[in-house]
Unconditional design. Structure first.
Length: 257
Protein backbone atom coordinates (compact mmCIF):
# COMPACT_ATOMS: atom_id res chain seq x y z
CA UNK A 1 0.00 0.00 0.00
CA UNK A 2 1.27 3.43 -0.92
CA UNK A 3 0.82 6.62 1.05
CA UNK A 4 -2.19 7.83 -0.96
CA UNK A 5 -3.44 4.71 -2.74
CA UNK A 6 -3.45 0.93 -2.53
CA UNK A 7 -3.14 -1.91 -5.06
CA UNK A 8 -4.42 -5.46 -4.92
CA UNK A 9 -4.37 -8.18 -7.55
CA UNK A 10 -6.83 -10.98 -8.20
CA UNK A 11 -5.21 -13.11 -10.88
CA UNK A 12 -4.86 -10.92 -14.00
CA UNK A 13 -7.04 -8.15 -12.45
CA UNK A 14 -5.42 -5.11 -10.79
CA UNK A 15 -7.58 -3.13 -8.34
CA UNK A 16 -6.40 0.40 -7.53
CA UNK A 17 -8.00 2.36 -4.68
CA UNK A 18 -7.50 6.06 -4.00
CA UNK A 19 -6.95 6.19 -0.22
CA UNK A 20 -7.72 9.78 0.78
CA UNK A 21 -11.29 9.49 2.14
CA UNK A 22 -10.69 12.32 4.61
CA UNK A 23 -10.62 14.75 1.64
CA UNK A 24 -13.22 12.91 -0.48
CA UNK A 25 -10.37 11.14 -2.34
CA UNK A 26 -9.32 14.40 -3.96
CA UNK A 27 -5.82 14.28 -5.40
CA UNK A 28 -2.73 16.42 -5.05
CA UNK A 29 0.56 16.14 -6.97
CA UNK A 30 2.11 13.50 -4.65
CA UNK A 31 -1.01 11.36 -5.07
CA UNK A 32 -0.97 11.80 -8.83
CA UNK A 33 2.67 10.76 -9.09
CA UNK A 34 1.99 7.69 -6.94
CA UNK A 35 -0.93 6.63 -9.14
CA UNK A 36 1.13 7.26 -12.27
CA UNK A 37 3.71 4.74 -11.05
CA UNK A 38 0.98 2.23 -10.25
CA UNK A 39 -0.49 2.46 -13.74
CA UNK A 40 2.99 2.39 -15.31
CA UNK A 41 3.49 -0.94 -13.55
CA UNK A 42 0.07 -2.22 -14.64
CA UNK A 43 0.70 -1.34 -18.28
CA UNK A 44 4.14 -2.97 -18.27
CA UNK A 45 3.12 -6.17 -16.46
CA UNK A 46 2.31 -8.96 -18.96
CA UNK A 47 0.45 -10.88 -16.24
CA UNK A 48 -2.05 -8.05 -15.59
CA UNK A 49 -4.80 -7.73 -18.19
CA UNK A 50 -7.56 -5.50 -16.72
CA UNK A 51 -7.59 -2.77 -14.04
CA UNK A 52 -10.27 -1.21 -11.86
CA UNK A 53 -9.89 2.17 -10.15
CA UNK A 54 -12.12 3.19 -7.25
CA UNK A 55 -12.11 5.40 -4.16
CA UNK A 56 -11.92 4.44 -0.50
CA UNK A 57 -15.18 4.66 1.43
CA UNK A 58 -18.69 5.16 0.12
CA UNK A 59 -18.86 8.97 -0.06
CA UNK A 60 -16.60 9.68 -3.01
CA UNK A 61 -14.82 8.15 -5.97
CA UNK A 62 -12.83 11.39 -6.18
CA UNK A 63 -13.78 15.02 -5.64
CA UNK A 64 -11.05 16.01 -8.10
CA UNK A 65 -8.14 18.35 -7.53
CA UNK A 66 -7.28 19.02 -3.89
CA UNK A 67 -7.94 22.78 -3.97
CA UNK A 68 -7.11 23.19 -0.26
CA UNK A 69 -3.65 21.72 -0.89
CA UNK A 70 -3.22 24.11 -3.82
CA UNK A 71 -4.48 27.10 -1.83
CA UNK A 72 -2.12 26.29 1.05
CA UNK A 73 0.84 26.76 -1.27
CA UNK A 74 1.64 23.11 -1.82
CA UNK A 75 4.05 22.36 -4.63
CA UNK A 76 2.11 21.89 -7.87
CA UNK A 77 2.89 19.99 -11.08
CA UNK A 78 2.06 16.47 -12.12
CA UNK A 79 3.12 13.39 -14.06
CA UNK A 80 3.18 13.35 -17.86
CA UNK A 81 0.41 10.74 -17.77
CA UNK A 82 -1.95 13.28 -16.24
CA UNK A 83 -4.39 13.39 -13.34
CA UNK A 84 -4.29 10.08 -11.42
CA UNK A 85 -1.74 8.95 -14.00
CA UNK A 86 -4.61 8.35 -16.44
CA UNK A 87 -6.04 11.47 -18.09
CA UNK A 88 -3.06 11.94 -20.44
CA UNK A 89 -2.17 8.26 -20.82
CA UNK A 90 -2.89 7.63 -24.50
CA UNK A 91 -0.72 4.57 -25.15
CA UNK A 92 -2.37 2.00 -22.87
CA UNK A 93 -4.32 -0.69 -24.76
CA UNK A 94 -5.42 -2.56 -21.62
CA UNK A 95 -8.98 -1.99 -20.35
CA UNK A 96 -9.49 0.12 -17.22
CA UNK A 97 -12.84 0.26 -15.40
CA UNK A 98 -13.97 3.06 -13.08
CA UNK A 99 -15.99 1.84 -10.09
CA UNK A 100 -17.66 5.09 -9.03
CA UNK A 101 -18.93 5.13 -5.47
CA UNK A 102 -20.38 8.56 -4.63
CA UNK A 103 -18.96 11.88 -5.78
CA UNK A 104 -17.00 12.07 -9.07
CA UNK A 105 -16.49 15.75 -9.75
CA UNK A 106 -13.99 17.80 -11.70
CA UNK A 107 -10.80 15.82 -12.00
CA UNK A 108 -12.57 12.87 -10.40
CA UNK A 109 -15.06 12.73 -13.26
CA UNK A 110 -12.17 13.21 -15.69
CA UNK A 111 -10.47 10.11 -14.24
CA UNK A 112 -13.66 8.13 -14.88
CA UNK A 113 -14.02 9.52 -18.40
CA UNK A 114 -10.43 8.42 -19.13
CA UNK A 115 -11.44 4.83 -18.27
CA UNK A 116 -13.06 2.47 -20.76
CA UNK A 117 -16.12 1.61 -18.66
CA UNK A 118 -17.91 3.38 -15.81
CA UNK A 119 -19.87 1.33 -13.27
CA UNK A 120 -21.69 3.68 -10.89
CA UNK A 121 -23.43 3.19 -7.58
CA UNK A 122 -26.92 4.67 -7.47
CA UNK A 123 -25.68 7.43 -5.17
CA UNK A 124 -22.98 8.55 -7.62
CA UNK A 125 -22.91 12.20 -8.65
CA UNK A 126 -20.98 13.45 -11.70
CA UNK A 127 -20.06 17.01 -12.60
CA UNK A 128 -17.44 19.22 -14.23
CA UNK A 129 -17.98 22.27 -12.01
CA UNK A 130 -14.72 24.04 -12.86
CA UNK A 131 -16.38 27.12 -14.44
CA UNK A 132 -18.12 27.74 -11.10
CA UNK A 133 -14.71 28.40 -9.51
CA UNK A 134 -13.11 30.20 -12.45
CA UNK A 135 -11.41 27.13 -13.94
CA UNK A 136 -12.02 24.73 -16.85
CA UNK A 137 -12.01 20.93 -17.17
CA UNK A 138 -8.60 20.76 -18.83
CA UNK A 139 -7.64 17.22 -17.75
CA UNK A 140 -9.52 15.85 -20.76
CA UNK A 141 -13.11 16.47 -19.67
CA UNK A 142 -13.80 19.22 -22.19
CA UNK A 143 -12.78 16.93 -25.04
CA UNK A 144 -13.76 13.47 -23.82
CA UNK A 145 -17.31 14.29 -22.78
CA UNK A 146 -18.56 15.51 -26.20
CA UNK A 147 -16.89 12.53 -27.86
CA UNK A 148 -18.67 10.17 -25.49
CA UNK A 149 -22.16 11.68 -25.29
CA UNK A 150 -22.45 14.19 -28.15
CA UNK A 151 -21.88 17.92 -28.24
CA UNK A 152 -25.26 19.29 -27.09
CA UNK A 153 -25.54 16.98 -24.09
CA UNK A 154 -21.91 17.67 -23.18
CA UNK A 155 -22.43 21.42 -23.42
CA UNK A 156 -25.37 21.03 -21.07
CA UNK A 157 -22.88 19.86 -18.45
CA UNK A 158 -19.77 21.85 -19.45
CA UNK A 159 -21.39 25.29 -19.59
CA UNK A 160 -23.40 24.94 -16.38
CA UNK A 161 -21.22 22.77 -14.15
CA UNK A 162 -24.44 21.02 -13.11
CA UNK A 163 -24.57 17.77 -11.18
CA UNK A 164 -25.75 14.61 -12.92
CA UNK A 165 -27.03 11.49 -11.16
CA UNK A 166 -25.94 7.96 -11.97
CA UNK A 167 -29.27 7.26 -13.67
CA UNK A 168 -28.96 10.36 -15.86
CA UNK A 169 -25.36 9.39 -16.64
CA UNK A 170 -26.69 6.05 -17.85
CA UNK A 171 -29.29 7.73 -20.06
CA UNK A 172 -26.70 10.20 -21.40
CA UNK A 173 -24.42 7.30 -22.26
CA UNK A 174 -21.26 7.76 -20.17
CA UNK A 175 -22.28 5.21 -17.50
CA UNK A 176 -22.38 1.52 -18.45
CA UNK A 177 -24.36 0.23 -15.46
CA UNK A 178 -25.93 1.57 -12.27
CA UNK A 179 -25.71 -0.70 -9.23
CA UNK A 180 -26.94 -0.34 -5.62
CA UNK A 181 -24.90 1.86 -3.29
CA UNK A 182 -21.92 -0.07 -2.00
CA UNK A 183 -21.81 -2.42 -4.99
CA UNK A 184 -19.75 -0.38 -7.48
CA UNK A 185 -16.57 -2.41 -7.01
CA UNK A 186 -18.39 -5.73 -7.22
CA UNK A 187 -20.19 -4.53 -10.35
CA UNK A 188 -16.87 -3.51 -11.89
CA UNK A 189 -15.41 -6.93 -11.02
CA UNK A 190 -18.33 -8.56 -12.81
CA UNK A 191 -17.59 -6.57 -15.97
CA UNK A 192 -13.87 -7.33 -15.61
CA UNK A 193 -14.68 -11.05 -15.42
CA UNK A 194 -16.56 -10.81 -18.72
CA UNK A 195 -13.59 -9.05 -20.33
CA UNK A 196 -11.24 -11.71 -18.95
CA UNK A 197 -13.26 -14.40 -20.73
CA UNK A 198 -12.00 -12.86 -23.98
CA UNK A 199 -8.55 -13.12 -25.53
CA UNK A 200 -6.39 -10.32 -24.03
CA UNK A 201 -4.80 -9.33 -27.33
CA UNK A 202 -8.20 -9.28 -29.06
CA UNK A 203 -9.45 -6.95 -26.32
CA UNK A 204 -6.41 -4.68 -26.65
CA UNK A 205 -6.64 -4.65 -30.42
CA UNK A 206 -10.32 -3.75 -30.25
CA UNK A 207 -9.66 -0.89 -27.82
CA UNK A 208 -6.71 0.48 -29.78
CA UNK A 209 -8.49 0.33 -33.14
CA UNK A 210 -11.66 1.93 -31.76
CA UNK A 211 -9.77 4.74 -30.03
CA UNK A 212 -7.38 5.49 -32.89
CA UNK A 213 -10.13 5.09 -35.47
CA UNK A 214 -12.07 7.94 -33.84
CA UNK A 215 -9.36 10.28 -35.07
CA UNK A 216 -9.32 8.98 -38.63
CA UNK A 217 -10.39 11.26 -41.46
CA UNK A 218 -13.19 8.92 -42.56
CA UNK A 219 -14.80 5.58 -41.77
CA UNK A 220 -12.90 4.07 -44.68
CA UNK A 221 -9.60 5.36 -43.31
CA UNK A 222 -10.44 3.96 -39.88
CA UNK A 223 -11.28 0.51 -41.27
CA UNK A 224 -8.15 0.42 -43.42
CA UNK A 225 -5.92 1.69 -40.63
CA UNK A 226 -2.96 -0.31 -39.34
CA UNK A 227 -3.11 -1.04 -35.62
CA UNK A 228 -0.18 -2.52 -33.71
CA UNK A 229 -2.33 -4.46 -31.26
CA UNK A 230 -4.36 -6.01 -34.08
CA UNK A 231 -1.14 -7.09 -35.79
CA UNK A 232 -0.01 -8.59 -32.49
CA UNK A 233 -3.30 -10.47 -32.21
CA UNK A 234 -2.78 -12.09 -35.62
CA UNK A 235 0.67 -13.32 -34.55
CA UNK A 236 -0.35 -14.61 -31.12
CA UNK A 237 -0.83 -18.12 -29.79
CA UNK A 238 -4.33 -17.06 -28.75
CA UNK A 239 -5.24 -16.49 -32.42
CA UNK A 240 -4.82 -20.27 -32.84
CA UNK A 241 -6.16 -21.24 -29.42
CA UNK A 242 -9.52 -19.49 -29.74
CA UNK A 243 -10.86 -21.33 -32.82
CA UNK A 244 -9.28 -24.58 -31.58
CA UNK A 245 -11.02 -24.33 -28.19
CA UNK A 246 -14.31 -23.54 -29.94
CA UNK A 247 -14.00 -26.59 -32.20
CA UNK A 248 -13.12 -28.79 -29.22
CA UNK A 249 -16.05 -27.38 -27.18
CA UNK A 250 -13.88 -26.27 -24.26
CA UNK A 251 -12.93 -23.01 -22.59
CA UNK A 252 -9.88 -21.38 -24.19
CA UNK A 253 -6.60 -21.15 -22.27
CA UNK A 254 -5.53 -17.61 -23.08
CA UNK A 255 -1.83 -16.76 -22.88
CA UNK A 256 -2.01 -13.06 -23.70
CA UNK A 257 1.00 -13.41 -25.97
Amino acid sequence: MGEFSSVSREGPLTIVTIERPEVMNSLHPPGNFELAEIFDDFCADPEQWVAIITGAGDRAFSAGNDLKYQASGGKMGGPASGFAGLTSRFDNPKPIIAAVNGIAMGGGFEIALACDLIIASDNAIFALPEPRVGLAALAGGIHRLPREIGMKQAMGMLLTGRRVSADEGLSLGFVNEVVPAGDALEGAKRWAAQILECAPLSVRGSKEAAMQGMGAASLEAAIKGKYAQIQGMYKSADFVEGPLAFSEKRSPDWKGA
